[in-house]
Design a protein. Structure first.
Length: 162
């Protein structure tokens, strides 16, 4: 499997993802490796219905994503990984999936999260996962849309007190 783009956006498929990021990725399929979304029939159905024309969407558990990625049957497929949180990315990286860069686009504010940009709020465990990803050599690319100037995400993380 060839990874064209990996992005964290807890809104999953919405206008920016469907019209900008999916086109930029130019991938045959969007894979959403999320146990939470895969086990929520309504959310899974809605996400699939929001898919851009001509792009297959698979909402699967992280465990299944790891198996599919390593299956030779899919070695020539191009994929856009879309995650809801950094721990999902870390799980795939720890399983040997070569994610070289992760675009952090949107993590909505929830109680207990600290807001670090207009579009990104994090829990302590998110910060820990981002630091782990960085240790694995994963580039942390913070942009809402592809035309934005990338922010130094590590500096943003370093400035957070939780």
């Amino acid at each position: 499997m060839k990874i064209k783009l990996a992005r964290i956006d807890d809104r999953l498929i919405h206008g920016q993802v469907a019209t900008v990021w999916a086109k930029e990725a130019n991938a045959e399929r969007i894979i959403i490796p999320s146990d939470e979304v895969a086990n929520d029939e309504i959310r899974r159905t809605l996400v699939k219905q929001a898919a851009p024309p001509g792009v297959k969407v698979n909402v699967i558990t992280t465990e299944k994503a790891i198996k599919v990625f390593h299956n030779p049957k899919y070695e020539n497929d191009t994929v856009f990984f879309l995650f809801t949180k950094p721990s999902e990315v870390l799980e795939l990286v720890n399983a040997g999936i070569p994610i070289q860069s992760i675009n952090i686009g949107g993590m909505q504010y929830k109680e207990g999260r600290v807001q670090i940009t207009k579009a990104i709020s994090v829990f302590k465990e998110d910060i820990d996962a981002f630091y782990e990803l960085e240790k694995h050599g994963v580039k942390l690319d913070c942009r809402v849309v592809s035309t934005d100037t990338p922010k130094d995400f590590k500096a943003l993380l370093d400035s957070v007190t939780v």
